[in-house]
Design a protein around this ligand. Structure first.
Ligand code: HEC
Ligand code: HEC
Length: 197
């Protein structure tokens, strides 16, 4: 075999293996496919109530999935689902979803409530949920554009101490609750629901 022939064979081999590699869907996107029925394509929820999970931080994703898996966070379906995945698979999905951009779909909100909610957020929540609740690096979940029914029952779970959260956040939530009552929480929900990209 001439040298150039040999080189061609090697090159062809490389190209072949490259194309096989490119065609095989990676494990993370295959795992994430199982979530799309409820959480939407690439984790941006299209339905009315299921939360978006695109863009949430790597650490928050892992902590949350492990909490579901160990029955430490209340859930309707996620506890059962999370039990079906190993820690390694959860880590792969954490990388996958953290890289996706959250697409915020318009929700129906009351502009008067949203305006009042903005002020409450800035005073009590912005410190940890920075950039109007859009910043995912602070490991506190995404609030801007998150589904309003999901936010509603999440806040209730925190206040009733069914879902664990830092004492500092609980203190702020209780403060809002005692100052403005349920209406204050509703204003926050309408504010987050009003936020688009
Ligand atoms: C049958 C619908 C359904 C499927 C399928 C599903 N989820 Fe969920 N997910 C939910 C619901 C509903 C919630 C809210 C908690 C609950 O009630 O279980 C949720 C909540 C979550 C949360 C918490 C979001 C937050 O902001 O704290 C994460 C993370 C999550 N799901 C990840 C996943 C992953 C990863 C998959 C795929 C392996 C998946 N889910 C599949 C319905 C679903
Ligand atoms: C001291 C920091 C801090 C403050 C202040 C704070 N939060 Fe949080 N918040 C967190 C952390 C941390 C989490 C993540 C909890 C977890 O790991 O499940 C969180 C989670 C949440 C979630 C759930 C997100 C999800 O995807 O499920 C909501 C909703 C929320 N906060 C609303 C608020 C509101 C409204 C305020 C203001 C009244 C507020 N927070 C103030 C730290 C804070």
């Amino acid at each position: 075999m001439s040298l150039s022939h040999k080189f061609c064979c090697i090159l062809l081999g490389c190209l072949l293996s490259l194309s096989i590699h490119a065609k095989a869907p990676d494990q993370a996107s295959m795992l994430a496919n199982a979530c799309a029925a409820c959480h939407g394509p690439d984790g941006s929820s299209q339905g009315p109530a299921t939360p978006s999970i695109a863009e949430i931080s790597y650490d928050y994703f892992i902590d949350t999935m492990m909490a579901f898996k160990n029955d430490e966070r209340p859930s309707t379906v996620m506890s059962r689902i999370a039990k079906g995945y190993t820690e390694k698979e959860i880590t792969l999905m954490a990388v996958y979803f953290a890289r996706k951009k959250m697409k915020r779909i318009a929700q129906e909100f009351d502009p008067v409530l949203a305006k009042a909610g903005k002020a409450i957020h800035e005073e009590n929540c912005e410190k940890c949920h920075a950039n109007q609740g859009r910043l995912s690096e602070d490991d506190s979940g995404l609030l801007a554009g998150q589904k309003m029914p999901y936010l509603r029952y999440s806040l209730e779970e925190f206040i009733n101490e069914e879902r664990e959260v830092s004492r500092k956040m609980l203190k702020k939530l209780r403060l809002v609750n005692s100052q403005y009552g349920k209406q204050g929480l509703e204003q926050l929900i309408h504010y987050y629901g009003s936020l688009k990209d």
